[in-house]
Write a protein that binds this ligand. Structure first.
Ligand SMILES: [Zn+2]
Length: 167
């Protein structure tokens, strides 16, 4: 069996439990149960987590060991494998945020406000530097706020009737 196949099989074994984020509330609960004398297995059953996940969060030594193993594993990857891993990770994160955006109105509001704020900030910087206030590129004519390209686009966009008449 190739090392890639072995790795995949290992991942399959780990993936028996669905990924679930351990938030501070769950962590607090797990700690309490541990103090009450429950086994890792019982705690895992309660939260739908694997024994190793529970161990990871409750046992600093084990956590360090897992982190070290991951570091070693990442180091052993070739450039292509690492790129593939990063790509998958990025895709997963992106999916999470898209889902959040589509299902959580509060988050959507916050996100849109943040985008707007950031754009306004950038725009102000562009105007200060004498760049196009829409795309940040150089503009030839200092009389206008927009560069040639953006002027063309905005003319088409904001006065469609006029351009139709001209045709
Ligand atoms: Zn522009």
């Amino acid at each position: 069996m190739s090392s890639q196949k072995i790795r995949e099989n290992k991942m399959k074994k780990y993936k028996r439990h669905k990924y679930r984020k351990v938030d501070p509330k769950i962590l607090e609960g797990m700690r309490k149960l541990r103090i009450d004398g429950l086994t890792l297995k019982d705690i895992g059953k309660k939260y739908g987590l694997s024994v190793s996940t529970v161990n990871y969060h409750l046992n600093p030594k084990y956590k360090e060991k897992v982190k070290e193993r991951t570091r070693k594993y990442v180091k052993s990857l070739s450039k292509e494998e690492l790129a593939e891993r990063n790509k998958k990770w990025y895709e997963k994160v992106r999916k999470y945020w898209v889902k959040r955006y589509n299902t959580d109105p509060d988050f959507r509001k916050y996100f849109l406000e943040m985008v707007k704020r950031n754009f306004e900030k950038r725009r102000k910087g562009w105007i200060k530097k004498g760049l196009c206030s829409r795309c940040g590129r150089k503009r030839k004519n200092k009389k206008w706020m927009l560069c040639e390209g953006c002027r063309k686009v905005s003319r088409k966009k904001y006065s469609p009737k006029k351009s139709k008449i001209r045709k």
